[in-house]
Write a protein that binds this ligand. Sequence first.
Ligand code: HPA
Length: 281
Amino acid sequence: MNVSILKRAYQSVQSAFPNAKPYCTVILGSGLGNVLNTCKTVKSLDYSKIPGLGNPGVAGHSGQLLLCKISGKHILVFQGRRHFYENVGWEPIAIPVYISLKLGSSLMILTNAAGGLKKKMRPGDLMIIDDHINILGSNPLIGNTDKIWGPKFADQTHVYDPTFRKKLSKAANRKQIPITSGIYAATSGPTYETPAEIKALCAMGADAVGMSTVPEAILANAAGMKVIGISCITNTVSRRNDKKLTHEDVVNSAAMVQPAIRALLTEFLKDMAANVSDSLK
Ligand code: HPA
């Protein structure tokens, strides 16, 4: 990973948002870009103005970085992400994590659209990520020599912070939003899974599958941030057996989940803002 690329990206955000003091970052995945329109946008910056980031090459990712305020506290919102399958190197994937760290954000909330592997999952379901299986065939920390990403061999016992997972689940209960939890498997993409791969993923213990999130979770955890993840289930295994899956289906189904994830994140962030000094260092 070329840290000078990350530094240049950070400097551009620092000069665009000179007074930013975010305690938390949210990365919004496919079709979820408008989920945090309940927050007041203080400033926005197009990804094209952040050197090294580039625009997400995928429909459903709008490519804006927002500095927002919720209950009087700053948060950073990345509307869209870069993916391993874009073959752009790790830097554009690491930049949101690096910027967050440098601006003092200590909680990373990762969202994604995912295929549901459990039989009872339905499009529109939400899943708190308990843990992940990395089957990208790579790892963003390969070749790392920079201290910002922690020790050479990063511990991953609790990539997704148990305390914050509980807080998220409580926020869902308060708002009566149905939610499950489970294991997210990340493939490299860009292909969707074959029926044999779906069987293999189920046998491995995965509950949902997608093409993102895990790289940012690995980096943020290694750098000492608290991480939580939410998968929005946009399609299911049973549906996959009789109908072809397209990215348009995924983006359209993500739109269906928007009200629930909006209500969940708004409730969670309001609660966090009220207690930020005792829950995060
Ligand atoms: N597989 C991989 N990625 C996805 C899927 C899926 O079924 N649905 C949404 N993103």
